[in-house]
Design a binder for this molecule. Structure first.
Ligand code: ZN
Length: 277
């Protein structure tokens, strides 16, 4: 006869094994702050997504408070100079022609403008994230301030931002898949499938999406557990990054060699579809 304690132990071991084995996904919805209704709809989705808010945007602070009240994580979506379309940067962008002092002051002002932020990711930035000097200034002022992680949105495959964050001792992660470069539900579902596939190959994957009606409709119906995925908060995803990176080297090799194209590989395959957003 099997004792109750044996059953409990077996059940607990099973749960622990499942919890540690399930591939993990974190998802950031960024570009929040200029449109109230769609921002609110995004934040009110049931899942534990993170919300990256543009500093000094008209609705940014209110939406950050709403997110906090719903136990969602908030990030600063920090604008950085791009190769093109810099008229879309908005206020408080980090630019190539700035001094170190200007980069530091802009960083502090931007963080202060987004209440409850736990981390930062770059808005646009295909130009600036290639610049070692500027990225070093940013990472050093982040380290001085403390308490924030950095997610590289990877709007260019030449970005050095995440590497320099890591070298500076800032907790960091890199975007794998943009979900909605094309605003069709078919494309967004395909990208979500790619994100899941990347997580299953690599143990984990990080997606970025935007507050478009089509995106939110797809995400509203997405049930990660049904496809064998554990959706984690972005802070947890970033914190666990180092260990996973080290233990997943075999999966990394598999992803590199046996490539159903995913992550920035697929996104960069067609530069016209690689938005600097
Ligand atoms: Zn953006």
């Amino acid at each position: 006869m099997v004792s109750l304690s044996t059953i409990v132990i077996v059940a607990c071991v099973g749960l622990t094994a499942n919890a540690t084995k399930l591939p993990e996904i974190a998802l950031i919805i960024d570009d929040i702050g200029y449109q109230y209704e769609i921002g609110r709809t995004a934040i009110e989705l049931q899942q534990s997504f993170a919300y990256a808010i543009l500093p000094f945007s008209p609705y940014g602070q209110g939406l950050a408070r709403l997110a906090k009240s719903l136990n969602k994580e908030v990030m600063v979506h920090l604008p950085m100079e791009a190769d093109d379309n810099n008229h879309l940067l908005g206020p408080s962008a980090l630019r190539l022609n700035m001094s170190r002092r200007e980069i530091e002051d802009t960083f502090h002002a931007s963080v202060a403008a987004v209440p409850y932020a736990v981390g930062i990711n770059n808005h646009m930035g295909s130009r600036l994230t290639r610049e070692r000097v500027h990225m070093n200034w940013l990472m050093h002022v982040m380290r001085e301030r403390g308490g924030l992680f950095f997610v590289d949105s990877r709007t260019t495959s030449a970005s050095v931002a995440s590497d320099l964050a890591h070298q500076t001792g800032i907790a960091t992660a890199t975007r794998d898949i943009f979900l909605d470069n094309l605003k069709t539900k078919t494309h967004i579902k395909e990208q979500l499938n790619r994100l899941v596939a990347a997580a299953k190959l690599n143990g984990r994957a990080l997606g970025i999406a935007h507050p478009h009606v089509e995106t939110l409709e797809v995400l509203r119906n997405w049930q990660p557990a049904k496809v064998g995925i554990r959706l984690v908060r972005i802070s947890e995803y970033v914190k666990r990054g180092r260990n996973n990176d080290e233990s997943m080297s075999n999966a990394d090799a598999l992803l590199a060699s046996d490539t159903p194209k995913c992550g920035n590989q697929s996104n960069n395959a067609n530069p016209a579809q690689d938005p600097d957003i």
